[in-house]
Write a protein that binds this ligand. Structure first.
Ligand SMILES: [Zn+2]
Ligand SMILES: [Zn+2]
Length: 124
């Protein structure tokens, strides 16, 4: 899989039982459906976010990207609780892409009701 932002190779990174893909260049991280929520709950998981947040900010300017998995155009999302966090989400396979530093930022907030409702939907 190639990075949707800079087209470099992505490498697999394991944290406990969750596997994500991290770009070898810009260090943006790709999460399959709900993996970012899964990881958010795991203590110490911000260790996977090894990139420089300054680099992440630069890549954050790039918002017209295609999903690296299913090649659909991704949608820019804003975290409801932390509106300064912009990330890209795929409306087809539900994967999300966080630029370097964004996951750490995202994690420093408690689980929002929005994602609780997503999980509830998933169980049906
Ligand atoms: Zn990249
Ligand atoms: Zn997709």
């Amino acid at each position: 899989m190639n990075c949707p932002k800079c087209q470099s190779d992505m490498e697999k990174v394991m944290f406990e039982h969750v596997e994500v893909d991290r770009c070898s260049n810009c260090k943006g991280i790709w999460f399959d459906m709900l993996e970012h929520e899964e990881l958010k709950k795991l203590k110490g998981s911000e260790a996977i976010d090894t990139g420089d947040p300054e680099v992440g900010k630069e890549y954050n300017q790039t918002d017209r990207i295609d999903c690296p998995k299913c090649h659909s155009r991704m949608i820019r999302m804003v975290d409801r609780d932390q509106p300064h966090i912009w990330y890209e989400s795929c409306g087809v396979c539900y994967g999300v892409f966080f630029d370097a530093g964004e996951f750490t930022d995202f994690k420093q907030h408690t689980l929002s009701d929005f994602f609780k409702s997503l999980k509830a939907k998933e169980r049906k």
